[in-house]
Design a protein around this ligand. Structure first.
Ligand code: ADP
Ligand code: MG
Ligand code: MG
Length: 202
């Protein structure tokens, strides 16, 4: 089993703690090409998610749906609706929580982010980390291999976006000056996939 109520809760608890530990880093990255709030936005949202108790939910889908709604209502900015949509769509496709269902959930989450944010790979956003992560997950054989491949592909996608000019979000207002800065959202998405690899394995 990959995603159960227990492992889904462990995933987001791990992510909340990692976001808290990296909040200053994420805010510093956002200070370079945005408005210096990505760390505080995500930390506020994930604190609220971490306050959700697994025992109050019937299954992983119900818990993840509530987590997504919590992010929409607490994070604000561009990233709140995008992360919220990711988790809501993920929840809707997580099914039995096995490797294929987790792949479908990740794909559904990515599709939701693409629909809502209208970014493409190469626009220097969280999509640049999330897209290769989903592709690597789908291409891998076992669940554990897929989780490791997704985390590693997210990090590569995050780094590949650093030299690019931003074409979506606040960073795009900087034009050429957004070059050679690491994208905050691609960074926090990579942390999410790294948390998944630690907690959702078989
Ligand atoms: P805001 O820019 O509103 O202050 P945050 O700082 O919390 O919001 O989040 C910024 C991140 O959101 C960016 O680094 C980028 O990865 C992501 N982002 C912004 N706009 C989009 C979009 N249209 N599609 C996908 N991701 C986006
Ligand atoms: Mg910001
Ligand atoms: Mg902001």
């Amino acid at each position: 089993m990959a995603v159960t109520l227990e492992t889904a809760h462990a995933w987001l608890a791990d992510y909340a703690s990692v976001i808290h530990d990296n909040a200053d880093l994420l805010t510093d990255l956002d200070r370079q090409i945005g408005d210096a709030d990505h760390g505080s936005n995500m930390d506020r949202g994930m604190k609220a998610v971490a306050a959700l108790e697994a025992a109050d939910f019937d299954d992983a889908a119900a818990y993840l749906k509530k987590a997504g709604m919590t992010l929409v209502s607490t994070v604000g900015g561009a990233s709140g609706p995008l992360y919220g949509t990711f988790l809501l769509r993920f929840a809707g496709a997580v099914g039995d929580g096995g490797k294929d269902a987790l792949g479908a959930a990740l794909r559904a989450g990515l599709d939701g982010v693409l629909q809502r944010g209208k970014a493409e790979v190469g626009d220097k956003t969280m999509v640049d980390a999330l897209t290769p992560a989903v592709e690597a997950f789908e291409a891998a054989g076992s669940l554990d291999e897929a989780l490791a491949a997704a985390a590693s592909a997210a990090a590569s996608g995050r780094d590949a976006a650093t030299p690019l000019v931003a074409r979506k979000g606040r960073a795009s207002y900087l034009g050429e000056r957004s070059k050679d800065h690491q994208d905050p959202g691609a960074t926090s998405v990579t942390l999410l996939l790294e948390s998944a690899a630690r907690t959702l394995g078989g």
